[in-house]
Structures are given as structure tokens and as C-alpha cells.
Design a protein around this ligand. Structure first.
Ligand SMILES: NC(=O)c1ccc[n+]([C@@H]2O[C@H](COP(=O)([O-])OP(=O)(O)OC[C@H]3O[C@@H](n4cnc5c(N)ncnc54)[C@H](O)[C@@H]3O)[C@@H](O)[C@H]2O)c1
Ligand SMILES: N[C@@H](CCSC[C@H]1O[C@@H](n2cnc3c(=O)[nH]cnc32)[C@H](O)[C@@H]1O)C(=O)O
Length: 411
């Protein structure tokens, strides 16, 4: 594609999702009028695709100067990146399929703008700020973190006394993880797997690694598509929850023998390793929808393989002792590396939280550490979303509030 065609294609994608992100659109209108981010510089590392572009535009329209790069080497959409670079006050350094060095060079370029606010998805920006770019920390007012694993990393830094800036745990807003991690990952993982393989899910045994918010969504949608769903867990309560939700639960060593399609959603390393590959069926399909490229141990699979072939875009076939094991999107997030990511209506809430939290950081002096999203901001997103859906709910009457707060009334 020529540069002009790339920009046109990116603009079209951004225009489409913008029209399906009503909550972010309201925040955008407010930001345009009130200019709450004037004078601020925002460095971002997020999946560079159309919904993210709608967030970036919102921040720039609110007065900020924005520099962005990707948070995953395979999730950038180059047309969206090109379109973003045509906007005022926005620089985008993200490139699809960049190597490890290019990925971190782009993070450095973003930090070269000398930001006072950061937005991360996985904490790679903040990690860089606390290692090679520590000189910049005094200027940082705060950051926002988009995902579960990023928050794990930040809490681990906080515990070690290593976190030197305030960060808002955007993932932990109810209007984020209950919808994005569950319904978003549920739908977009299957979208990525189905469009990449062009195979049927009905009648297959699907193994979901991890029954957290992402796993619940992925299992629920697999069930809806007609799969026989098996869940693996390390947490007894979540394992029980999976069973009562109607799924079979067993260890991965056992599940590895039966699965046709495996989807990891744990945020952990080595969910699928040599001992699992050794017993998998011929034709097994492996996808990760959790974290980085560490959930499926590709080093071990590569070492076991007699040959490795690319058999379709985003499908690598590993030939192991006469069996074919197919890995999607190099074990990186299948919904983003082999799809378009979460649906726009879901990212609407996630990114409305991001935009509001950036404003909150600009308006308040926060202490170093991991902070929750203020409850009123979370509720505001839910209220706007309900309104956009044309849904009205009841309000407590005063005597009901009194009843709920009292202790005198009994049986
Ligand atoms: N693909 C996406 O777009 C997307 C969206 C949101 C979150 N995420 C990422 O997905 C991962 C999961 O997020 P979440 O919000 O569901 O987290 P979560 O903490 O709710 O769930 C993770 C679950 O995995 C289980 N687990 C951990 N190690 C395991 C192992 N070895 N075997 C089996 N189960 C194991 C945990 O007990 C937990 O129940 C994180 O890395 C997060 O950053 C991805
Ligand atoms: N950056 C790491 C960490 C996981 S990303 C998971 C996050 O991606 C976010 N996400 C999912 N779909 C989209 C999308 O379409 N656009 C932007 N972000 C998305 C989602 O909010 C979730 O918390 C990695 O790539 O491996």
C-alpha cells in the first residue's frame, strides 16, 4: 500500500470505531471544550489500532501533546499508525512485526518527548523509566496501567520499594475488567482464532488455561460456539467456579491429551510446556490470549520439532514425532496479533477510564504507588454507557436507603 492508501485505510478504521464509542465521544467533547490537558505531555505504549487511536485523539483534543508506540510487537496496525501521524500534536512510532531492539528503541523515542504522564499496557514504559531513563522520573506526575499483568508488575515494584511514581490501576476499574477482560477477550479471542484457522469450533474440545476474567469470557464463548470446554486452574475457588459454570476441570497434563484447541489466559509463564506437547493430539491448535509470549513455551516446542512450517498467515506448524502442533500468532495475544482486538463498545469503557484517569493525574498531586481508579469515575463511565444504550435503572427511595443503613428492623 502507498502511504496515501495506508492513511486512508487507517482513517476509515478510526472513523468506524469512533462512532461506536459513545462514552469516549462524550469525554472527547468535554475535553475539547475544557482543555484539561493543556501543557501536558503524554507518553503511551498501547496496542496501536483504531480504538487506541480514538483515545489518542481524545487526549490530543484535550490539549495534550502525545507520543505513542506499541505494547506488543505484533499488534500494531500500520495503517492506523500512519493515520495517527497525520494528526496535530501526535507522534506515533509503532510498527508491525518489529524486532525486540526496534520495540525498545520506539519506547525510548516516546520517552524522548519528556512526558509528565504515561499510559502503559504491560508496564514496559514504566520499566524503562525505572531502569535506563531514571533521570526523567522527577518530571512524571503519574501513569495509568491498562492490564492485569502490568498491575502485577507494578505491585511487585511497589512491594520491593522500587516504584517511584504514582500509577492508576485502570484495569481494576469495574467498568474495565468486568467487560474488557471478560466479554472483550471472550469475543475477540474466538474472532482471532476463527478468522486465522477458518475451522469449526463446534464439537471440538477446547482447553482454557486459567479461569480468571479472560478465561471466563473465553470459556463462555467457546461453550456458545458448541465446544466441549475443559478448564485448568491453580486456584481451587476458581476451579470450582468453572465446574459449577458447567465446564470440565482437570490438570493441564490430563487436558493436554484431549484438547483440539488450547487458549491460555493466565498471565503466567509455562502453562503449556514439553510434557504437554509430548501428549497432544495430531493437529492441536495453540493460542495465547493472556500475556506477552510466555504462556506457551515455544523454546521447548521448537527444540522438540523436526521441522517448522508456516502453513497459513499467523499459523506455524511444529512437526513433533509425526504429529502436527499448530501455534497461532507466535504465541502472542491471538485477539490482537491475529485479529482486530476487542470490540469497540468494550474498549469504549476501558478507554473512557483511561482518559478520565489521565485528567485525574493532571488535576491531583498523587503519591508514588499503585492507586485505584476513583469510584466516582468508574460509576460515571457505567452511567454514561447505560445512557448510550438507552437503559434506565431504578433509584433508591429515601426510606429504602434508611432501611439498608439501619439495624433495628429484624424478622
Ligand atoms: N487478550 C487480551 O486482550 C487481554 C485482555 C485483558 C487481560 N489480558 C491479560 O490476560 C491475563 C489474565 O488476565 P485476567 O484479568 O483474566 O487475570 P485473572 O487474575 O483474573 O486470571 C488469571 C487466572 O489464571 C490462573 N492461573 C495462574 N497461573 C495458572 C496456571 N499455571 N495454570 C492455570 N491457571 C493459572 C489464576 O489462578 C487466575 O484465576 C493477564 O496477563 C492480562 O494482562 C489480556
Ligand atoms: N501488552 C502485553 C500485555 C497484555 S495486553 C492486554 C490488554 O490489551 C487491551 N486490549 C484488548 N483489545 C484491545 C484493542 O483492540 N485495542 C487496544 N487495547 C486492547 C486490553 O484492555 C487488555 O487489558 C501483551 O501484549 O502481551
Amino acid at each position: 500500500m502507498s502511504e496515501k492508501e495506508l492513511i486512508e485505510s487507517g482513517d476509515m478504521k478510526i472513523g468506524w470505531v469512533r462512532n461506536h464509542m459513545p462514552v469516549l465521544s462524550i469525554i472527547r467533547e468535554n475535553f475539547e471544550r475544557e482543555q484539561p490537558l493543556k501543557g501536558h505531555k503524554i507518553a503511551m505504549a498501547l496496542h496501536v489500532e483504531a480504538k487506541t487511536a480514538a483515545l489518542v485523539e481524545t487526549l490530543a483534543i484535550g490539549g495534550a501533546e502525545v507520543a505513542i508506540t506499541g505494547c506488543n510487537p505484533l499488534s500494531t496496525q500500520d495503517d492506523v499508525s500512519a493515520a495517527l501521524n497525520t494528526r496535530d500534536n501526535i507522534d506515533c512510532y509503532a510498527k508491525y512485526d518489529c524486532c525486540g531492539d526496534e520495540y525498545y528503541e520506539a519506547i525510548d523515542k516516546v520517552l524522548d518527548m519528556k512526558p509528565d504522564i504515561t499510559i502503559d499496557d504491560g508496564a514496559d514504559l514504566i520499566f524503562k523509566l525505572h531502569t535506563e531513563r531514571q533521570d526523567m522520573l522527577p518530571e512524571i506526575l503519574g501513569g495509568c496501567e491498562e492490564t492485569t499483568t502490568g498491575i502485577h508488575r507494578l505491585k511487585a515494584m511497589e512491594k520491593d520499594g522500587a516504584l517511584k511514581m504514582p500509577v492508576i490501576a485502570v484495569n481494576d476499574a469495574m467498568t474495565k475488567f468486568l467487560f474488557d477482560n471478560r466479554y472483550g477477550t471472550g469475543q475477540s479471542s474466538w474472532d482471532g482464532i476463527m478468522r486465522t484457522t477458518n475451522l469449526l469450533v463446534a464439537g471440538k474440545t477446547v482447553v482454557i488455561g486459567g479461569y480468571g476474567w479472560c478465561g471466563k469470557g473465553a470459556a463462555m464463548r467457546a461453550s456458545g460456539l458448541g465446544a466441549d470446554v475443559v478448564v485448568t486452574e491453580i486456584d481451587p475457588i476458581r476451579a470450582l467456579e468453572a465446574r459449577m459454570d458447567g465446564h470440565r476441570v482437570m490438570s493441564m497434563s490430563e487436558a493436554a491429551k484431549y484438547g483440539d484447541i488450547f487458549v491460555t489466559t493466565t498471565g503466567n509463564v509455562d502453562v503449556l510446556t514439553r510434557k504437554h506437547f509430548e501428549v497432544m493430539k495430531d493437529g492441536a491448535i495453540l493460542a495465547n490470549s493472556g500475556h506477552f509470549n510466555v504462556e506457551i513455551n515455544l523454546e521447548e516446542l521448537t527444540a522438540m520439532a523436526d521441522s517448522i512450517n508456516i502453513v497459513r498467515k499467523n499459523i506455524k506448524e511444529y512437526n513433533v514425532a509425526g504429529r502436527k502442533i499448530n501455534v497461532l500468532a507466535d504465541g502472542r495475544l491471538v485477539n490482537l496479533a491475529a485479529g482486530d482486538g476487542h470490540p469497540a463498545e468494550v474498549m469504549d469503557m476501558s478507554f473512557a477510564n483511561q482518559a478520565q484517569c489521565v485528567k485525574y493525574i493532571a488535576d491531583n498531586k498523587l503519591e508514588a504507588g499503585v492507586h485505584p481508579v476513583p469510584r466516582d469515575l468508574d460509576i460515571y463511565v457505567a452511567e454514561l454507557k447505560l445512557k448510550s444504550l438507552g437503559i434506565e435503572i431504578d433509584e433508591l427511595e429515601s426510606h429504602q436507603t434508611e432501611y439498608m443503613e439501619g439495624w433495628e428492623c429484624g424478622t
